[in-house]
Design a protein around this ligand. Structure first.
Ligand code: FES
Ligand SMILES: [Fe+2]
Length: 406
């Protein structure tokens, strides 16, 4: 019962809420501005982080039925993510094994096979080569050698992870450090996919930093969350992954679900703590994902995927909106998702973009993360740990020996 994994966290939050205390990082962190602006550093992050560690491809419910597929692009690599007749998820590089043509430009659909639009080779929806046009002209090629390139995939807690390196030796459960077991308390595998938004923003880490602290909330989001929203977050870590909850004690605040106020539970005995409230707060999945709860005429989460764009100055964010049940009023739900997108673009990312020139042109040589911005410190420390790991075996040891801090 994964609910049991959430109880000690809520207990800790309530202890701090009642005592008016906080846990913080032991010191302030200084990060060189070049970490956000240097093109070589950016390229290293793409090669040694994004292409080596497991990355979330989306929620399971986006491709819930046999034959369902979707396409997406990560670090310039186009992928097909599909589900087979046995219910298993697959990820393949969206490139024909004949001469590399893009097999499909469709965003999503349901198919038994993909036929290459160039010369007509065909592949099953899990990437097996099943048909070669004018086959005799290719002599004796073994079709088994010419399937699509498939990637290591792991599906757990209603989320799909893959590693962009087809030959990776990184063990995905080790990387997750037990975090997926905790995320499973949402039961996303039984939820429904509702909608998606995609848009660009500033440097991917400038963008992601905004998902890692509450310090900015009552200031930057004063018109949306209000000046009385909490600016404090308590952090709980499983290896590189972090959950943030709020020690605020105000009841019924608009930020309750998203920021994880535990006030619904504060006066109740533990056996009456409901699982939904226990899941409130922000769940970041290292290195590119953040999950936050909302109510849109029903319980839902926004899964934000913040990926590096084509250059150091650009990120691409995909927001997946999934809900426990289909929304009662789909039109109203879409309006609410538009609003969430607007807040992120016009408040968070606009502010991030405004910092970019000063970081780039040498106005600042470093930035600061306070003791209250512990989540950002943890994130940037973990990026360095991964970049400093030479190979997949080192990465496995790194994740295996990571401390959980709950
Ligand atoms: S590139 Fe696909 S069939 Fe030729
Ligand atoms: Fe924000």
């Amino acid at each position: 019962m994964t609910r049991e994994l959430l109880i000690p966290i809520a207990r800790d939050v309530i202890k701090h809420a009642k005592a008016g205390t906080m846990k913080q990082a032991s010191k302030v962190m200084r990060l060189p501005a070049t970490h956000y602006t240097d093109s070589n550093r950016f390229q290293t992050e793409v090669e040694k982080l994004i292409k080596r560690v497991p990355i979330i491809l989306g929620p399971s419910c986006e491709i819930s039925k046999a034959g369902d597929f979707k396409t997406l692009s990560i670090a310039g690599i186009s992928l097909i993510v599909s589900r087979d007749v046995d219910g298993e998820a697959h990820a393949m590089i969206n490139a024909c094994s004949h001469r590399g043509a893009c097999l499909t430009k469709e965003e999503s659909g349901n198919r038994k096979r993909f036929t290459c639009p160039y010369h007509g080779w065909s592949f099953s929806n899990v990437g097996d080569l099943i048909g070669v046009s004018a086959e005799k002209d290719f002599g004796s090629i073994d079709k088994n050698d010419y399937g699509l390139i498939s990637l290591p995939v792991y599906e757990s807690a209603g989320l799909i992870w893959a590693i962009l390196n087809p030959n990776s030796k990184v063990d995905i459960p080790t990387f997750l450090s037990g975090y997926d077991k905790v995320l499973d308390s949402f039961a996303f595998s039984e939820w429904v996919y509702v909608s998606k938004r995609r848009f660009s923003g500033p440097n991917w880490k400038i963008a992601y930093d905004g998902y890692l602290e509450y310090y900015h909330v009552p200031v930057l989001h004063r018109d949306t969350f209000g000046t009385d929203a909490t600016n404090q977050g308590l952090y709980y870590a499983w290896g590189p992954h972090q959950h943030i909850k709020s020690p605020a004690t105000e009841k019924g605040h608009v930020a309750t679900e998203t920021l994880g106020y535990m006030t619904n539970l504060i006066d109740k005995p533990e056996d009456e703590w409901d699982t939904e409230t226990l899941t409130y707060g922000v769940w970041t999945v290292f290195p590119t994902t953040s999950i936050a709860s909302f109510d849109a005429g029903g319980r839902g989460v926004m899964i934000s995927q913040i990926l590096p764009g084509e250059s150091v100055e650009e990120s691409i964010t995909t927001q997946y909106y999934i809900m426990e049940r289909p929304p009662v009023d789909p039109g109203a739900a879409e309006e609410q998702f538009d609003f969430f997108q607007k807040v992120v673009m016009q408040e968070d990312y606009a502010m991030g973009s405004s910092a970019q020139p000063a970081l780039k042109e040498g106005g600042l040589d470093h930035i600061l993360f306070g003791r209250n911005e512990q989540g950002n410190q943890h994130f940037h420390q973990w990026i360095d740990k991964v970049l400093n790991s030479d190979n997949d075996n080192d990465l496995n040891s790194l994740f295996k020996n990571a401390n959980n801090n709950k």
